[in-house]
Design a protein around this ligand. Structure first.
Ligand code: GH3
Ligand code: MG
Ligand code: MG
Length: 348
């Protein structure tokens, strides 16, 4: 009579230890945001609560997939655009599948190399479905003996959390990237937006003050832009803005910054760049717009002559003159270009 109760106790204790190992790992991965670190922890500790020797987790990511392979206590991560035949087959199957080593029904694609081999007895492929879509696929291999009932429970429970954790991190990253892009770039032109180009100017000015190397700014404004809107409509105006931006960007040196400063105004921050070089750059910008006419719209495209007026200013960072003073100067120079006939460059 004593023996069965002892066996029961042993089993219960063993089960408890395995549960604790799993929940400890769940706790640990819950506070980590780095997918590589999470994967490494899992690769080291999965064996403490289930007979899983090697595994692969596939998660949808940015139109492709993140593939995490675990074997011999190591995790390996890769981003792929297309799934391997095994993963594709099971991703699309959308129902769990158990493949036994000696399974006469073992048809279909071969498993990944690290999930195969003589001592592997079974492979489970589990899909994780959310709102009717597959978000993840877990393939796990058992060595020496088949998965027990308890293994199956642990694998499903843990795999579910694992898939949610990784896809949650990927989704948050994606959302953050979108927000950062929206906060940095102007939606119409794709150039840096006003606040970002001003931030760039502020930080470059700080470097200029430290090094004493000259910094220059160019302010460009499209001439008679209101007429474009009034004569051809706002959409045509938007197309002109887009094309002006593209041409200015093409002629902006790497390391310099170009942003949409206002409606039809553009600010270029050039560093390091002295008076001689900024004059050449401003002329380059002016010609890039004025020398080739714009084909706007289609059916048929309207041929538009577009010009810009520019102001430029250079500082060596000496004295107390800050960013506002520099912006004021360059604005004044632009005003002179406008007053003196437009389609020209003026230095302050
Ligand atoms: P000037 O040569 O003196 O600069 O004349 P202008 O007509 O270019 O200048 P004004 O300030 O009178 O008009 C600027 C116009 O730019 C008015 C405004 O509706 C237009 N604008 C500003 N932002 C946008 C935009 O995002 N899209 C379009 N289509 N037009 C815009
Ligand atoms: Mg204008
Ligand atoms: Mg303007």
């Amino acid at each position: 009579m004593i023996l069965p109760s002892l066996q029961w106790n042993d089993l219960a204790t063993q089960q408890l230890v395995r549960y604790e190992a799993m929940f400890k790992l769940l706790d640990d991965i819950h506070v980590i945001e780095d997918i590589a670190v999470i994967s490494q922890l899992i690769a080291t500790r999965w064996k403490y609560f289930a007979n899983v020797t090697s595994w692969r987790m596939v998660i949808a990511k940015d139109g492709g997939f993140q593939v995490i392979d675990g074997f011999r206590g190591e995790a390996h991560l890769a981003d792929v655009q297309a799934l391997s035949p095994w993963d594709k087959h099971h991703w699309e199957l959308q129902r769990p599948r158990l493949v036994c080593g000696a399974d006469p029904l073992l048809t279909g694609p071969a498993p990944p190399e690290h999930l195969a081999g003589k001592s592997i007895t079974e492979i489970q492929a589990l899909q994780f479905m959310r709102m009717g879509c597959c978000i993840g696929l877990l393939s796990v291999a058992a060595r020496n003996e088949p998965f027990s009932e308890l293994d199956n429970k642990f694998i499903r429970l843990f795999g579910d959390h694992f898939a949610d954790r990784i896809s949650g991190i990927l989704l948050r990253r994606q959302a953050l990237e979108i927000l950062t892009t929206q906060a940095t770039y102007d939606a119409l032109t794709g150039l840096l937006n006003r606040s970002t180009i001003i931030d760039r100017l502020r930080s470059q000015l700080a470097v200029c003050k430290r090094t004493g190397q000259p910094l220059s700014v160019i302010l460009a404004d499209i001439d008679f832009f209101k007429v474009v809107n009034d004569s051809h409509g706002h959409l045509a105006g938007d197309e002109v803005l887009h094309e002006v931006s593209r041409r200015l960007q093409m002629h902006t040196r790497e390391g310099d910054s170009l942003g949409r400063y206002g409606g039809e105004e553009f600010l270029v921050v050039l560093y390091p760049c002295g008076e001689e070089d900024v004059t050449k750059a401003a002329e380059r910008f002016r010609r890039a717009i004025a020398e080739t006419s714009f084909g706007i719209g289609s059916d048929p495209p309207i041929d538009l002559k577009v010009t810009i007026s520019l102001g430029m200013s250079t500082t060596t960072g000496r004295g107390d003159d800050g960013m506002q003073a520099l912006l004021k100067q360059v604005d004044k120079a632009l005003y002179h270009s406008k007053a003196n006939g437009r389609n020209r460059v003026t230095a302050s």
